[in-house]
Design a protein around this ligand. Structure first.
Ligand code: ADP
Length: 628
């Protein structure tokens, strides 16, 4: 039994190929985690790093509470099952299963007990005296599982174990492995490129592409709430349909405008999480709808299309078609405009029929045309609200409040502007009050839909807030973006501050031995690093580490203002930034501009700042990577 933690794991192969980027996940004891994605996306590399068969370039891997980055595979208490079975051909099934235990000098009686127990679980008791070549692929894979099982490991790693089996056997083995996981109460990590395996077996799935995690979620969340177009297209067969569209809101209805002039309609309520900037009819977006979420009508009311193929599978029928072109005509050759619909109990549809596709309005997906990220995030990333300036006050959300001096400076002459407000920047307070129309629980957080005219302001609230009440709140001004005349005039302030610097080592003779001390150097300021981090940087970059530039990043709240008696950076104040709720001094820290927290009315010409090494995260500037 074990939980695992992968924290900012990277793999850069010796040839410079970055196979895994910033992979982080907390895996609970007894989870069945599946890594899925197309070939070459970094699944096996990640699994092999967990197994200890591949070194970890950067990041921390914990099994239980133990950091195992440098632990030998045999000491990690994991067992791995490979696609190729990796059985010894000259040994019997029994010997294959007993081999690892014999190597560990386990008493023969116990070995026998374990092998027989595993053989029984896997239904291979009758084959124990056979050699692998006398068995079928499915049986061999069971032996490979058995060999892992007898070791009673904390974690099972399985790398495409079923890909050599035929479809029927694969389906049967899926069920068996799921049952095995249930009966063993052990953590499983399973790699596959097959989304059906992922969906049917995983308690949670990690979808990967090009070395990057795309989404980590339950099977149903991946299906219902895909984070981007890639995940949406990867999960589900036949694949989700995608169309280039624009969206236009008219009152309670949002029209989905297709390139050919067709329009489908959904109630605004179903898509209220889409930011209003996408609802003007001007901004390109991608519309996604699964084949099983389209109805086919004979008499209008949807997207007109011609049926180009009908695949009858018995239990369901897959209809392929093409939407009409801008003249309402159908060209069977046209590459684009394909549509796939899955129907049941429809015998009436035939090639050449002209019919109408009606998307289920509760099952629509929309993605940004460029980033391909969903426009219906579980928690919307920001709200936009209009505001006006009246002297030293600003009016928004039905109230006038003090205009922060930083806003006034950024706005200049402009007296109308837009504020973009992330839900996290809305906190309990007394500046504004809106009615709570709805509360939705999203991954353990409470998302409130606050009624703001004919749309919603999305906020995160605690469990005391209820539907129907009036919610009083204030804004964290430093987290807002300001736009005037279509130009961003002020960007939200990040919580992180970065210092560029170098890294050095000193060898000292202490207590009769040589001890290495490592330092982060920012200008003339030297901060001693924890030794473990120093060794890590050295292990990753070799002796180049003493020549490289690093980015030392800290949360602003961890920057210490000191009296200058201890080593520090003396930083002249360039500007005071008064946001009303908080105040920052913009300072010149060894040639770099950073913000530090200061009390309101602060007027000193310089600050002395120091960092604590435990608060510092170190990033490589050579390749974009968090080292520690
Ligand atoms: P997957 O398991 O998702 O198919 P892998 O983890 O095997 O992908 O590989 C990820 C990427 O790393 C691929 O582009 C692959 O070519 C590359 N790769 C794998 N092993 C090595 C290696 N030893 N040296 C260099 N590149 C490698």
């Amino acid at each position: 039994m074990a939980n695992l933690k992968l924290s900012h794991i990277y793999k850069v192969y010796d040839n410079g190929h970055k196979a895994v980027n910033d992979f982080s996940i907390d895996i609970a004891d007894r989870e069945f985690i599946v890594f899925v994605g197309p070939s070459g996306c970094g699944k096996s590399t990640t699994l092999r790093m967990i197994a200890g068969l591949e070194t970890i370039t950067a990041g921390d891997l914990f099994i239980g509470d133990t950091l195992v980055n440098d632990m030998e595979p045999k000491d990690r208490d994991i067992a791995m099952v490979f696609q190729s079975y990796a059985l010894y051909p000259h040994m019997t099934v029994y010997e294959n299963m007993a081999f690892g235990l014999r190597n560990r000098k386990m008493p023969e009686a116990e070995i026998k007990e374990r092998v027989l127990k595993a053989a029984k679980m896997l239904d291979i008791e009758d084959y124990l005296e056979r050699k692998p070549k006398e068995m079928s692929g499915g049986q061999r894979q069971r032996v490979a599982l058995g060999r892992a099982l007898v070791r009673d490991p904390k974690v099972f790693l399985l790398d495409e174990p079923l890909s050599n089996l035929d479809a029927k056997l694969r389906a049967a083995m899926r069920t068996e492995i799921t049952a095995l996981h249930k009966s063993l109460n052990t953590t499983f990590i399973y790699v596959t490129h097959d989304q059906v395996e992922a969906m049917t077996m995983g308690t949670r799935i990690v979808v990967m592409k090009n070395g990057y995690v795309q989404q980590i979620d339950t099977p149903m969340n991946l299906y219902n709430l895909p984070y981007n177009k890639f995940v949406a297209g990867f999960i589900g067969t036949p694949q989700m349909n995608f169309f280039d569209v624009r969206l236009k809101r008219e009152g309670d209805i949002v029209g989905i405008l297709f390139a050919n002039g067709d329009v489908a309609k959904v109630p605004y309520e179903n898509v209220s999480k889409i930011h209003s900037r996408y609802l003007t009819g001007e901004v390109p977006a991608i519309f996604g709808i699964r084949p099983e979420h389209i109805n086919i009508e004979r008499d209008g009311g949807g997207l007109k299309f011609v049926i180009t193929n009908v695949e009858r599978l018995g239990n369901e029928t897959i209809i392929h078609g093409k939407l009409g072109d801008s003249l309402g005509e159908f060209t069977m050759k046209d590459e684009g405009n394909n549509i796939v619909v899955k129907v049941v109990d429809r015998d009436d549809l035939a090639i050449g029929d002209i019919v109408y596709a009606v998307p289920n309005p509760n099952k629509v997906h929309f993605f940004d045309a460029e980033t391909e990220v969903t426009l219906m995030n579980k928690i919307p990333t920001y709200n936009t609200v209009p505001a006006t300036v009246n002297g030293d006050r600003m009016t928004l959300l039905g109230n006038a409040v003090a205009l922060p001096p930083v806003f006034a400076a950024a706005l200049g002459e402009a007296d109308h502007f837009e504020l973009s407000i992330p839900p996290q920047a809305i906190v309990p307070g007394s500046d504004f009050a809106l009615k709570v129309a709805r509360i939705e629980n999203v991954d353990g957080q409470n998302l409130a839909y606050l009624s703001n005219g004919d749309s919603y302001l999305f906020a995160l609230v605690d469990e005391t807030v209820t539907e129907g009440q009036t919610y009083g709140f204030s804004l964290l001004n430093e987290q807002l973006n300001l736009t005037a005349d279509g130009e961003q005039v002020l960007a939200a302030v990040s919580e992180e501050e970065s210092f560029l610097g170098t890294f050095s080592k000193e060898e000292r003779h202490e207590n009769g031995g040589r001890v290495y001390h490592f330092f982060y150097n920012i200008g003339n300021y030297s901060l001693e690093a924890e030794q473990e981090k120093g060794f890590k940087i050295n292990a990753i970059d070799g002796d180049n580490c003493y020549k490289n530039t690093y980015r030392y990043s800290v949360n602003r709240n961890d920057i210490q203002l000191t009296d200058g008696t201890a080593p520090c950076i003396t930083a002249p104040v360039l500007e005071l930034l008064d946001y009303g709720n908080v105040c920052f001094a913009k300072v010149d820290a060894a040639g770099q501009s950073v913000l530090v927290n200061v009390p309101a009315g602060f007027a000193d010409p310089e600050v002395r700042i120091a960092l604590k090494s435990e608060d510092v995260s170190v990033y490589s500037t050579r390749i974009d990577m968090k080292i520690c």
